[in-house]
Design a protein around this ligand. Structure first.
Ligand code: COS
Length: 384
């Protein structure tokens, strides 16, 4: 649902220019230092990138899903670290509040998230609860006006930067599955909250993850999202429906970048007396990648429009995440192949992208989890 094409075009053009002129030239330094320079973070704040999808009444740009994916296609044409920094505020870190938070909770946190003053992280995964998200072991025990939270969360994106965490914890130990889980906002400075060491990852330098350890962590009752126990798992699933669409769009943007790099290289690189782009076996890889990207882009736009029309897009979001992340892996692989030996050395960005995009098939639900969600929804619908 595009509300004002002209304003949207302006935003997309501004983001595209920012990516090209500021972010792409900074990729190398981020890969080397594992940090996004502070002046770039400040510019990202000024552009409103932390509040793309936060409703306007809380200080964000209030983009619809369709508008958001169009912007995401552009943001992803550079290192995923930039996207990662703004990603949790626009997506999984703040969505729990947006979809199920009370008015008071929204007022308290969303404006600061939209401005980028505060970073939010999403803390669902645990050492023994990854794909099986309902197996959360972290507990939240009510004591007067507080909940006492105990447990460990793993691979939490932006944990080192976060000011607040959306934490899924079991409030009812009698209910083993999803129904016993509640969602909380836990502030960074809450006594009992500490972080593990930064994870050393295969790629995505500049995007940080770590364990979040909660020991006897006392959180005010007012921070129970939605003010109701037992709805936390559903909150998390709704958050992921949107997150998966956003991630799919990121896969498209990254694929566009890799294909563009590969195309330019194929036009310049000469072998057997002519540019390798003139060889049909290279052309096949270029063409397959173009078709792959077009298919992903089209399905993401369709799913985004459906979500804007208030349809349940659980199946479509999983279809998009499955197809787009796998397609991104194929494009990365073909791009390295087109670069040949040059694709295996770090002189060219493709070596870095190849490692960076590997994560897309794993986080916010592995490809296998997307298959499972799609098939289960199909069976459920068929059985009425
Ligand atoms: N929107 C709203 N509610 C949802 C939902 C969605 N998209 N998906 C599930 N629910 C509800 C179900 O309707 C069910 O409610 P009822 O008990 O009232 O019927 C409840 O949530 C439990 O759902 P379900 O029985 O399907 O849960 P399962 O434990 O079987 O597991 C999967 C569901 C596997 C789909 C879930 O655990 C999952 O998505 N795992 C991957 C987690 C993930 O992406 N991790 C990445 C880390 S976060 S970056």
């Amino acid at each position: 649902m595009i509300r004002d094409q002209e304003t949207l075009n302006l935003l997309i053009d501004t983001v595209a220019r920012f990516v090209k002129e500021r972010l792409v030239p900074a990729e190398e330094i981020i890969a080397e230092t594992d940090e996004i320079p502070a002046d770039i973070v400040a510019e990202m704040r000024e552009l409103g990138l932390f509040g793309l999808s936060t409703p306007e009444e809380y200080g964000g740009l209030g983009l619809t899903m369709e508008e958001e994916v169009l912007v995401a296609f552009e943001i992803a044409k550079t290192s995923p670290a930039f996207r990662s920094l703004i990603g949790t505020n626009n997506g999984i870190g703040s969505q729990g509040l947006i979809v199920d938070g009370t008015e008071e909770q929204k007022q308290k946190y969303l404006p600061r998230l939209a401005s980028g003053e505060l970073i939010a992280s999403f803390a669902l995964t645990e050492p023994d609860a990854g794909s099986d998200a309902a197996a959360v072991r972290t507990t939240a025990r009510r004591e007067g006006d507080f909940y006492v939270i105990d447990g460990t969360k793993r691979f939490i994106t932006n944990a080192p930067e976060a000011g607040i965490f959306t934490v899924m914890a079991r409030t009812n130990p009698e209910i083993k599955g999803a129904g016993g889980i509640s969602a909380f906002i836990v502030e960074k400075d809450t006594p009992g909250l500490s972080l593990g060491k930064r994870d050393k990852k295969m790629g995505q330098k500049g995007a940080h993850t770590s364990d979040v350890i909660l020991e006897n962590c006392r959180v005010p009752v007012a921070n129970l999202i939605g003010g109701r126990e037992g709805i936390g798992f559903k909150t998390a699933m709704k958050v992921l429906d949107k997150g998966r669409l956003h991630m799919s769009a990121i896969c498209v943007g990254a694929s566009e970048r890799m294909l563009n790099d590969a195309l330019n290289y194929a036009i310049e690189r000469k072998q057997f007396g002519k540019p390798i782009a003139e060889f049909q076996l290279i052309q096949a890889m270029l063409a397959d990648s173009r078709a792959d990207i077009y298919a992903a882009r089209s399905m993401i736009l369709d799913a985004a429009r459906r979500r804007d029309n208030k349809e349940n897009v659980s199946t479509e979001a999983s279809c998009c995440k499955l197809f787009a992340s796998e397609m991104c892996g194929r494009v990365a692989d073909r791009a390295v192949q087109i670069f040949g030996g040059a694709g295996y050395v770090s002189e060219y960005a493709i070596e870095r992208f190849y490692r960076d995009v590997r994560l897309f098939r794993i986080f916010e639900g592995t490809s296998q989890i997307q298959q499972l969600v799609i098939a289960r929804n199909m069976i459920r619908e068929a059985q009425g």
